[in-house]
Ligand binder design. Structure first.
Ligand SMILES: Cc1ncc(COP(=O)(O)O)c(C=O)c1O
Length: 325
C-alpha cells in the first residue's frame, strides 16, 4: 500500500489542488470507483474526499423539505448533518428497535419520499443492524434505504460488508463507505444505481465544492481492496482476533458487549475507572479508545493473533488496583 501511495505521488503529485469537477479528477478516482462497485456488488460508485462528505453530500442532495428521513438514533454524526442540511423532516427510531422503526414508517405520510438510514455496524458498541428486517420494513412501506457501512466494509462477508453478510445487497438502495478504517487510508464513497450516482456527481455540494481526494490516499485504498480480494482470510482473522480479546476479557471478569464484528466495546463503572484503565493499558503498550463517560473501545483489525495463550490466572484482574497504576 505504501509503495502504491508513493507511485501515485510520483505520477500525479501530492494534491490535485481542486475539485473533481474542475481540475481534481485523475484516472485513480475512476478506477477506484469501478473497483469499489465491483467488490461490493453494486452498480456504480462515487468517490468523495472523506466518508463524512459522502454521507452529508448524498443525504443533503437527495432529500428535500418535502421528504421524510428516518434514522436509527445511533447513526453517525455525518448522517445527522446531512439530514439537517437537506431540511427533510427527520424522525429517529430507538436503536435497532424494529417495532419503533415500523411505528415511524407508519406515522410518516405515504405520499412523501421516505429514506431510512442505518449503520451496518454501529461504531461504539460494534453491534450489527438487523438489516434483513430493515429491508423488509422498507419494502413494506415503500421507503428507500441507505446503509452507512463505514465499519462493515473490509471486515464482514470477506470484506464485502453488512449487506453481503445478510445477503441483501440487491435490496439496499445506497451504501456509503469510508476508506479511513479497514482500508487504512482517507476518503469515502457512495454506491448505488447508476442514475442516482450520476445525479450525485453533479449535485452533491460536499463533492463539488471541496478538493478531490489526494492521489496517494486513493492509490492506498485501491491497493487495500486488492489485498482484501486476494486474501479474504484477513477479514475472518480480524473477527477471530476480536472474539479472542472478548473471551479473554470475560475470563478477567469483564463484560464486553457480545457481537460478531472486530469492535470490542467494554462498559466500565465511570469516568475515573475508564481513564485509569485506558492509561494503564497504554503504559503496557496497548492502545484503546477511552469513550467518556464509561466505555473502552478497541478495533481489532490489526491485532496479530497471539502465538501462545496466557492462562487467565496469570493475568492480573483489570478491576484490581494493579491495573489502575
Ligand atoms: C459510521 C461512520 N460513518 C462515517 C464516518 C466518517 O468517515 P470519515 O472518517 O471517512 O470521514 C465515520 C468515521 O468515524 C463513521 O464511524
Amino acid at each position: 500500500m505504501q509503495a502504491a501511495a508513493q507511485a501515485a505521488i510520483e505520477e500525479y503529485g501530492t494534491s490535485r489542488t481542486g475539485s473533481r469537477l474542475l481540475n481534481g479528477n485523475t484516472p485513480l478516482h475512476d478506477e477506484l470507483e469501478h473497483e469499489l462497485a465491483d467488490f461490493l456488488g453494486m452498480p456504480a460508485a462515487l468517490v468523495f474526499p472523506t466518508g463524512y462528505q459522502a454521507n452529508v453530500g448524498t443525504i443533503a442532495s437527495l432529500l428535500s423539505r418535502h421528504d421524510v428521513v428516518i434514522l436509527d438514533r445511533e447513526a453517525h454524526a455525518s448522517v445527522y448533518d446531512g439530514c439537517g442540511m437537506s431540511r427533510a423532516k427527520t424522525r429517529r427510531f430507538a436503536h435497532n428497535d424494529m417495532d419503533d422503526l415500523e411505528r415511524q414508517l407508519a406515522a410518516s405520510p405515504s405520499d412523501a419520499g421516505r429514506l431510512v438510514v442505518v449503520d451496518g455496524v454501529y461504531s461504539m458498541a460494534g453491534d450489527l443492524c438487523p438489516l434483513t428486517e430493515v429491508v423488509r420494513l422498507c419494502r413494506q412501506y415503500g421507503a428507500r434505504l441507505l446503509v452507512d457501512d463505514a465499519h462493515g466494509i473490509g471486515v464482514l462477508a470477506d470484506g464485502r460488508g453488512t449487506s453481503a453478510h445478510f445477503g441483501v445487497t440487491d435490496q439496499v438502495d445506497l451504501v456509503t463507505v469510508t476508506f479511513s478504517k479497514s482500508l487504512a487510508s482517507i476518503g469515502g464513497a457512495v454506491l448505488g444505481p447508476e442514475n442516482v450516482i450520476e445525479y450525485l456527481r453533479h449535485h452533491a455540494r460536499s463533492l463539488i465544492f471541496s478538493a478531490a481526494a489526494p492521489p496517494a490516499s486513493l492509490a492506498a485504498a485501491y491497493a487495500a481492496l486488492r489485498i482484501l480480494k486476494a486474501e479474504p482470510w484477513l477479514c475472518r482473522q480480524a473477527v477471530e482476533n476480536a472474539s479472542y480479546v472478548r473471551r479473554e476479557l470475560m475470563a478477567l471478569d469483564y463484560d464486553p458487549i457480545p457481537n460478531e464484528t472486530p469492535i470490542v466495546s467494554v462498559r466500565l463503572d465511570g469516568v475515573q475507572e475508564t481513564l485509569l484503565a485506558w492509561r494503564s493499558l497504554l503504559d503496557r503498550g496497548v492502545y484503546v479508545n477511552a469513550v467518556i463517560p464509561r466505555r473502552l473501545r478497541l478495533g481489532c483489525e490489526r491485532v496479530s493473533p497471539p502465538r501462545t495463550r496466557r492462562s487467565s490466572s496469570s493475568v492480573s484482574s483489570p478491576r484490581s488496583p494493579r491495573l489502575a497504576t
